[in-house]
Design a protein around this ligand. Structure first.
Ligand code: NDP
Length: 388
């Protein structure tokens, strides 16, 4: 029997890797909807290639180009946030959530409301609205499967284990592009330098977030929200080889590690075939050739984002939405040349400080309150940036 699949963010790095896997077993899948942003030609090409029912660009001003690129294909074209929600309402068995940023939350929630299995790459969904996302899944008997490599690793290491025996979860970090730079040089780091990852080939935003470790900060929060593990049990360690993705420590002192090549098709493929394991086209590691795994503690001065994540995990509520929105705004400004690399953390810290006094941060988590906190934090971040 074929499975109906939808991919949100089909034109991105995760989306392309997902299509690569699905393309190897075409007979097993029917593609329902593919979505993208401004890259309408890649979107149209994938929609034609996979015979999707509908292709959606998030941006209304891209619709004409998308229509033109799909002419004669029989694939429907649509645009905008409502069209993304309508795509999530189309019956699907498996939905990949791989839009970048907070925009990934509404379609993911809608897919869960339909009872679809949600393969979650969009970590921002858990950071901004973890309790809402997980509760929506429970209420509709739907499953959320982690796709972030670290969380897929924890998920696999926990299989068959009692969560009550977990003493610690260790999320590894490559340390990003600047892990060996002298700290004084970071201020002058350029966007091009931050956009090159030592081990992983990913979208630009997550690559820069790896250099600043905002990506790891999001992942610490994601760990708390997805697995329900308290912040004191969540650790991170720098592992420059990026081969061990996470470790779970149990009450008997043992650590279970997940080891694999830095290839997102492992985590995507695991979620695609879960609960089965199927052969995947990823490198088989030659451990003798690798020789050693190394680790070092992250320097809090080099990576202030990690300390900010601890504050967010302790505060809970809408502080995750605030943190993420401030981070996205600071990242936009860094990419556009408005602020320097190290100023991103300064901006986020200031916004968290300003907004911690706001009653909104303690409001209950609904899609509306998350949107409100998100918008307010973006405005506050812009104000802070303007003052810099
Ligand atoms: P990319 O930037 O490569 O792709 C993002 C996708 O989202 C593209 O399809 C893009 O469209 C689309 N998009 C951009 N803006 C919007 C918007 N406002 N509304 C709707 N769609 C939009 O990102 P990645 O694939 O790297 O990452 C996707 C998600 O997965 C992120 O949350 C990231 O943190 C997470 N992740 C990524 C990993 C990786 O290896 N890349 C690893 C683990 C998690 P277009 O390009 O057409 O404009």
């Amino acid at each position: 029997m074929t499975r109906r699949v939808t991919i949100f963010g089909a034109t991105g790095s995760i989306g392309a890797n997902t299509l690569d896997l699905i393309g190897r077993e075409r007979e097993a899948f029917d593609v329902v909807a593919l979505t993208g942003g401004r890259n309408v030609h890649a979107l149209a090409a994938a929609a034609r290639d996979f015979g999707a029912e509908v292709a959606i660009t998030a941006f209304d001003d891209c619709l004409d180009d998308l229509r033109e690129a799909l002419a004669g294909s029989g694939v429907e074209a649509a645009s905008g946030e409502n069209a993304l929600i309508e795509a999530a309402e189309r019956p699907a068995d498996w939905v990949m959530s791989a839009i970048v940023g907070a925009a990934g939350l509404p379609p993911g929630l809608k897919a869960l409301e339909q009872g679809a299995t949600l393969a979650l790459a969009n970590k921002e969904s858990l950071v901004t609205a973890g309790p809402l996302l997980m509760e929506t899944a429970r209420a509709h008997g739907a499953e959320v499967l982690p796709v972030d490599s670290e969380h897929s690793a924890v998920f696999q290491a926990l299989k068959g284990e009692d969560i009550a025996s977990v003493e610690r979860v260790i999320i590894t970090a490559s340390g990003g592009a600047f892990r060996d730079w002298p700290i004084e040089r970071l201020k002058a780091a350029t966007c091009a330098e931050a956009s090159s990852h030592p081990n992983w080939d990913m979208g630009q935003r997550i690559t820069i977030d790896s250099a600043s470790m905002f990506n790891k900060a999001l992942e610490l929060i994601e760990t708390k929200e997805y697995f329900g593990i308290t912040p004191d049990k969540i650790e991170t360690v720098i592992h420059p080889e990026s081969l061990i993705h996470a470790l779970v420590g149990h009450s008997d002192g043992g650590l279970i590690a997940h080891v694999g090549p830095p290839d997102m098709r492992h985590a995507i493929g695991y979620a695609l075939h879960y609960p089965e394991r199927k052969p995947l086209p990823v490198e088989r590691l030659d451990l003798a050739k690798i020789g050693q795994f190394t680790f070092r503690a992250p320097d809090p001065e080099r990576y202030p984002a990690l300390g900010l994540a601890r504050d967010v995990m302790e505060a809970g509520g809408l502080s995750g939405a605030t943190f993420n929105a401030a981070k996205e705004t600071a990242l936009d400004s860094f990419i556009d040349g408005g602020i320097g690399f190290t100023q991103m953390a300064d901006v986020v810290a200031e916004v968290i400080e300003i907004m911690s006094a706001d009653s909104l941060v303690n409001a209950s988590i609904t899609l509306e309150s998350v949107r409100e906190a998100d918008q307010l934090a973006r405005q506050r971040a812009k104000d802070v940036i303007d003052r810099k």
